[in-house]
Design a protein around this ligand. Structure first.
Ligand code: AMP
Length: 375
């Protein structure tokens, strides 16, 4: 007798994706900053509720969310209660402790996945993952000691940029090392155990592409935009970037490949350098709405905030097509005190984040100028 063991019965066909979350469902957002605020507003526009989880009691997203949990990301009870009240979770910044997000993902879908978060939290893992997909990045070396720093600067040459592997943003946790520096003494200045040395790129332009991927694997890209930074903080975005069509197509293709390679469900910004030889090097990934995509709120068929809501709720993606060209400026620190002057500017759309305290370097709002007649 030849009796085969019975096949385990499948409870459901796992080739089918789960049905989309219907309006009335609740999106949990980790983080309460302006990106969470604008995501919550887009979610409300589409009939979804938002539950914001963040430690700060006066965070910008709070006043536009239906529910709020003010607790540490490491508060397990608060996280479990949060999970039981939401249908999907997303995040509005990368610097959330990974462990609690991995635990949360056992209880409720987290989109983009904790794997994507893990890669984007660590500059070395991120560059290794990108290179493994055949995507070019700045040349780099992992650095964990003064000795390794010396070896890395010998390999990459000077100038180079030493960055903390984790938790850096807006140029924080970065030291430029040029030939005038005594290299070993730079290491203790960074005050961290894990770092990365990157070759300094003499780029022609900084650009970014915002890419979204839905639950079925469909991908949509916004056009590449040019980003101008002041003191390492984004000051201005020009949309579309003034680059030849072929280069724009190359940038979009890179973003698309990354979204597929990471199995992204959600939205991600890919920051890139355009070199003087028109090569594109990826600098950084941000698996969430991004400051360089704020212009899409006023100039595109689907804003980046609506797009992330669509993607994480399992809806089809909207068109990223832009109806106007646009220029976005950030209102940083004291800039916001002059907000009124933009009220009379033609084609200006003002967005303020409701932050009470003005601090130097703090993003307080932004203004998008829509171009007349698409000139
Ligand atoms: P990041 O935090 O890596 O996005 O860096 C902030 C800004 O610093 C970038 O937008 C660039 O303007 C500049 N920067 C960072 N890394 C490099 C690099 N390897 N070469 C040249 N400029 C860089």
């Amino acid at each position: 007798m030849n009796s085969k063991p019975a096949k385990p019965k499948k409870l459901e066909d796992d080739s089918k994706s789960p049905p989309p979350l219907r309006p009335g469902s609740t999106i949990g957002i980790l983080g309460g900053g302006q990106l969470g605020r604008m995501t919550a507003m887009a979610a409300a526009d589409m009939g979804y509720h938002v539950h914001v989880f963040c430690p700060e009691e006066d965070a910008p997203a709070i006043e536009v969310a239906k529910s709020v949990t003010n607790a540490s990301y490491r508060n397990e009870n608060a996280m479990a209660r949060f999970a039981s009240g939401v249908d999907v979770v997303t995040y509005e910044f990368e610097n959330i402790p990974l462990g609690p997000v991995e635990e949360l993902a056992k209880l409720v879908p987290v989109r983009p996945s904790p794997h994507v978060l893990k890669i984007s939290q660590h500059r070395v893992l991120e560059k290794e993952a990108l290179n493994a997909m055949g995507v070019a990045t700045t040349p780099f070396r992992p650095v964990n000691s003064a000795q390794e720093l010396v070896a890395a600067t010998n390999a990459l040459g000077l100038p180079s940029v030493l960055k903390t592997a984790q938790m850096g943003y807006d140029g924080k946790g970065q030291i430029m090392i040029d030939a005038t520096r005594h290299v070993p003494s730079v290491w203790p200045e960074l005050k961290c155990d894990e770092a990365i040395l990157e070759g300094f790129v003499r780029f022609r332009m900084e650009i970014s592409v915002i890419v979204a991927r839905d639950i079925l694997g469909n991908v949509e890209c916004y056009c590449p935009v040019q980003n101008k930074h002041e003191h390492h903080i984004l000051a201005e975005t020009i949309a579309p970037a003034p680059i030849p069509e072929a280069l724009a197509a190359k940038a979009e293709d890179i973003a698309r490949r990354i979204a597929i390679g990471l199995d992204l469900i959600g939205l991600m910004a890919v920051e890139m350098f355009v070199t003087r030889d028109d090569d594109i090097l990826v600098n950084e990934l941000a698996p969430r709405p991004h400051n360089s995509g704020h212009w899409t709120m006023d100039a595109c068929i689907t804003s980046q905030f609506q797009q992330v809501v669509r993607a994480v709720c399992g809806l089809p993606l909207g068109s990223p097509e832009h109806l106007r060209k646009a220029r976005m400026i950030n209102l940083i620190g004291d800039d916001v005190l002059n907000w009124e002057r933009h009220t009379t500017a033609p084609n200006a759309k003002i967005h303020l984040y409701g932050k009470k305290e003005v601090r130097p370097g703090r993003k307080m709002g932004h203004v998008t100028f829509l171009q007349e007649n698409n000139e």
